[in-house]
Design a protein around this ligand. Structure first.
Ligand SMILES: Cc1ncc(COP(=O)(O)O)c(C=O)c1O
Length: 315
């Protein structure tokens, strides 16, 4: 499992502070009640220097998460774009993972949060592949979790908020305890929802299926990117309800997420997926995605925010 790789600087509400000084009080509202909205974003090392993948989209999702929870953030997406670029440059990184966080700090005594200040932290650190290089290459071993995802209209799945990740932790810990790399959770309707931190794609007879936005899963930015890249490549992508048994009969399965990128799945509940090796559709999409993110192919959707160009235009 990955341990944090400390960097020098963290941005906090408009200023840079040392990594070790980015502390909060134990009675901060977010500590007690999980009220911390956050993002996970990757910065890739490209021929034009560090470039952050779909930074604006991630920051917009962050502000949306905050809006759902009535957290007033005193920064615009543009201001947060500039701050994140400055952060990467100041830490001297080419490739890293960024974890913007908006927390409710210290103040409120009880659950009602309005007496707690909203505070913004922007950390980043170097982070390799989430499920390991072996899984990226050969596929992860997954299980169907006994833990289901939240029902719609309970805690909002569109908000990326710390409290939602209690379910994710149960899914992941159960998978690891039973010798798997990752758990795939069903929704309350028994249909495929998502992994503990990834969206799920299933390939059957050349058609790519993924679960719809049905109130049980996070609208993944990688999911959206893959749908666009697959359609660009002329592939048939369908969003619709997916039965659990499709995980056992699929030709290919892959997981998508910022941390996991495009990770093949080679078995589910010890049943081999397809021929048990990374399939051709998965390989194509993994390559297409990474080539674009690493600046090796044309960035036709303007998904890359080039840190140096952004910094030059800011000065
Ligand atoms: C629960 C969950 N689902 C899906 C995803 C994939 O989202 P994205 O591709 O935006 O990283 C993530 C990762 O953030 C996640 O935590």
């Amino acid at each position: 499992m990955a341990k944090l790789n400390a960097t020098d600087w963290i941005w906090r509400d408009g200023e840079f502070i040392a990594w070790q000084d980015a502390n909060v009080h134990v009675l901060a509202h977010s500590m007690q009640f999980g009220s911390s909205a956050f993002e996970g974003i990757r910065c890739y090392d490209t021929p034009r220097g560090p470039a952050i993948f779909r930074l604006e989209d991630h920051l917009q999702r962050l502000l949306n998460s905050c809006k759902i929870y009535r957290m007033e953030v005193p920064y615009t997406v543009d201001e947060l774009v500039a701050a994140n670029c400055e952060l990467v440059e100041k830490n001297g990184l080419n490739a890293c993972y960024l974890r913007p966080m908006v927390i409710r700090g210290y103040g409120a005594a009880g659950m009602v949060p309005f007496d707690s200040p909203v505070e913004v932290f922007l950390p980043c650190w170097p982070w390799g592949s989430y499920l390991g290089d072996h899984a990226m290459e050969n596929g992860a071993d997954a299980c169907v979790s006994t833990w289901a995802r939240m029902a719609p209209n309970t805690t909002p799945s569109m908000a990326k908020i710390a409290g939602n990740y209690l379910g994710g932790q149960l899914i992941k810990m159960e998978a690891l305890a039973n010798g798997y790399d990752e758990g795939i959770a069903l929704g309350p309707d028994g249909l495929i929802s998502e992994g503990s931190g990834q969206n799920v794609f299933v390939v059957q007879r050349g058609v790519i299926f993924t679960s719809p936005m049905n109130g049980t899963l996070l609208p993944g930015i990688t999911r959206d990117s893959i749908i666009m890249l697959a359609r660009d490549a002329g592939l048939d992508v369908r969003e619709g309800p997916l039965q659990r048994e499709m995980l056992y009969t699929a030709d290919e399965i892959f997981l998508t997420g910022t941390a996991s990128e495009v990770t093949p799945v080679r078995s589910v509940d010890k049943i081999k997926v397809g021929i048990g090796r990374t399939g051709e559709v998965t390989k194509l999409l993994q390559r297409t995605f990474l080539d674009l993110a690493q600046g090796k192919t044309e960035d036709k959707y303007h998904w890359l925010c080039h840190v140096r160009a952004e910094r030059a235009s800011a000065t």
